[in-house]
Design a protein. Structure first.
Length: 136
């Protein structure tokens, strides 16, 4: 499945100048890439393509990620362009999330549960007490 997604992503990037009109009205976009220059486990975001060229990841104007960025903004996209690196090998499952806000609303959870499915197996973490949370 990962290889299929990577192929489709690379295919879309190759055709992206022809498809660039489809970005009009889109505010913020997330691209999935198999570029090993991208850090693993994080989403990186840019508000302009030129800042990618000065980044520590070594992107060039010939890279797929740069091409995706210029096609997005050139096609009318606004906001930020974000990238997530797809794994190039076997990795264990992980849970990722963003900042929870407003933080104070979670303090009322003193006996909560979290149910999630990872690698096809449902798991429940019970007895969550968030009353002591001081930052989210």
């Amino acid at each position: 499945m990962r290889q299929l997604l990577s192929f489709l992503f690379a295919f879309a990037l190759t055709l992206s100048p022809a498809l660039s009109q489809g970005y009009a009205g889109v505010n913020n976009i997330l691209f999935l890439a198999k570029d090993n220059a991208l850090p693993g486990g994080v989403v990186i975001a840019y508000s302009q393509c030129s800042s990618m060229l000065n980044d520590v990841f070594g992107f060039t104007t010939n890279s797929y990620v740069y091409t995706a960025c210029t096609s997005y903004y050139g096609g009318g996209g606004t906001g930020t362009v974000s990238y997530w690196r797809l794994s190039n090998g076997d990795t264990r499952a992980r849970i990722y999330g963003g900042q929870l806000a407003p933080c104070g609303g979670y303090k009322s959870i003193t006996n909560g549960t979290l149910t999630y499915t990872m690698n096809g197996f449902a798991t429940t973490a019970g007895a969550l007490d968030l009353s002591g949370v001081t930052s989210c």
